[in-house]
Design a protein around this ligand. Structure first.
Ligand SMILES: *Cc1c(COP(=O)(O)O)cnc(C)c1O
Length: 419
């Protein structure tokens, strides 16, 4: 399975599991760089391109530093992500704050740090513009286009909570005129999966049309939604075709607009999904009347996407890659249904084997929790042929760190010490 993987080898992964224990997340920096370069190259015809990595996909400081070193900006959705970005060395101007439903105070806090502000509703726009007319603001538009197939991850449709509806442009223009605020960018983020490039181009036309209302733009931000393959034969976004078509359309728009603007994107999954591997050990192989379960030392507390979105993460038995394939249901150790995969063909599994979950870079560690009072895993970065620990596995102290234990409440003398 890993034979044609030119980046990490399964022997590297096994070595990491042996050194750092399991479960563990592993990220291949070479794959992240390759994806960054691929997207940059696809939009080579555009004079000013800016990729702002969506931090929520994977927000470890070392990953953010890697992105910074590649020349990426940062797309953030909380003030804490802004702070992480600054800590990782990003200039404030290369961070954009694109939250949804946050308070005016949080937006003001981000603006005070000097990061770019993206506002996605008229109420906050009016309040922010009235108080800070001199701070430039980008606006998030909802073009009401479904670019993806799954209604959980298509955010451009009519009932979506994201963005300012294009039908409200007259009201938006009124606010801008009354407050005299400066709109420096237009943004959309239509959904998580761009499968049909023509649908995406159609949404872009709506954005260009909207852009004509604003004479002081610096950039147009097309959000993200680049689909990456999760299994063999999966459809993925053809970024080369998108780059060619959107690139030339963007250049034509700039000519019409009278000035070169920056074309921005905010890819998360595209940059980090395939660079990530999640390694877990098989505790039990259990034959029932209808299936064979392989239970690993993890669960949806560490990798929730299969249970939350029905995502298909390919699973490889790297301890026995050449074994005879059999059907397994791979499940976790959480006391709740937590199925990673049903009836999956995997090389014969023996208790103690290490299973590797692919596409574990995006929305995996960042969605991990302490459910069942389990520790969150360690994270390891594979960089220039070496494994570097970038997050320690949690300990019992982490679990109780913020609990306030009040034994006197129940007439008890003191906290028992845990050995
Ligand atoms: C989550 C998010 C992204 C990244 O989406 P991917 O599908 O991971 O590329 C980009 N922009 C915004 C505003 C987001 O909320």
């Amino acid at each position: 399975m890993f034979e044609n993987h030119v980046f990490m080898k399964s022997s590297d992964l096994l070595q990491i599991a042996a050194t750092y224990g399991d479960p563990v997340y592993v990220y291949d920096s070479a794959k992240i760089s390759a994806q960054y370069k691929r997207l940059t190259k696809a939009f080579g015809s555009v004079k000013q391109l800016k990729l702002n990595y969506a931090a929520k996909a994977l927000s470890n400081l070392s990953i953010l530093r890697l992105m910074n070193s590649l020349g990426s900006g940062l797309d953030t959705v909380s003030i804490q992500e802004v702070q992480l970005g600054l800590m990782a060395g990003f200039d404030p101007e290369s961070i954009i704050f694109t939250p949804n439903g946050v308070s005016l105070e949080e937006i003001e806090e981000a603006a005070a740090l000097g990061v770019r502000i993206n506002i996605d509703n008229l109420s906050i726009l009016e309040q922010f513009g009235s108080k800070h007319p001199d701070t430039p603001v980008c606006i998030r538009i909802n073009p009401h286009v479904m670019a993806g197939g799954n209604s959980n991850i298509s955010v451009g449709h009519i009932d979506s909570k994201f963005g300012i509806s294009i039908h409200q442009i007259p009201h938006l223009l009124r606010i801008v005129e009354l407050t005299q605020m400066n709109i420096n960018g237009i943004h959309m983020h239509t959904g998580s999966d761009i499968l049909d490039i023509d649908v995406f181009l159609y949404a872009s036309e709506i954005l260009f049309e909207t852009a004509k209302n604003f004479p002081h733009l610096e950039f147009i931000d097309f959000g993200s939604g680049f689909k990456v393959p999760y299994k063999e034969g999966d459809i993925e976004t053809n970024v080369e075709e998108l780059g060619k078509k959107l690139g030339s359309r963007f250049n034509a728009f700039c000519a019409e607009y009278g000035r070169d603007l920056t074309l921005a994107f905010e890819p998360g999954k595209f940059l980090v999904s395939e660079a990530g591997f999640f390694l877990a050990r098989v505790n039990v192989v259990k034959q029932t009347t209808s299936t064979v379960f392989a239970s690993v030392d993890s669960g949806f507390n560490h990798l929730i996407r299969p249970m939350l979105y029905g995502s298909n993460h390919e699973i490889v038995n790297i301890s026995n890659p050449k074994g005879r394939e059999r059907y397994y249901s791979v499940v976790g150790y959480i006391c709740e249904t937590d199925t990673f995969a049903s009836n999956r063909r995997i090389s014969e599994i023996t208790e103690g084997d290490i299973l590797c979950f692919k596409n574990a870079g995006a929305y995996c560690f960042t969605m991990a929790s302490n459910y069942n009072s389990r520790f969150r895993p360690a994270e390891v970065l594979w960089h220039e042929g070496k494994a570097v620990l970038i997050r320690e596995r949690e300990t019992f102290e982490d679990l109780i760190k913020h609990q306030v234990d009040v034994p006197e409440l129940f007439g008890q003398a003191e906290t028992a010490t845990v050995k």
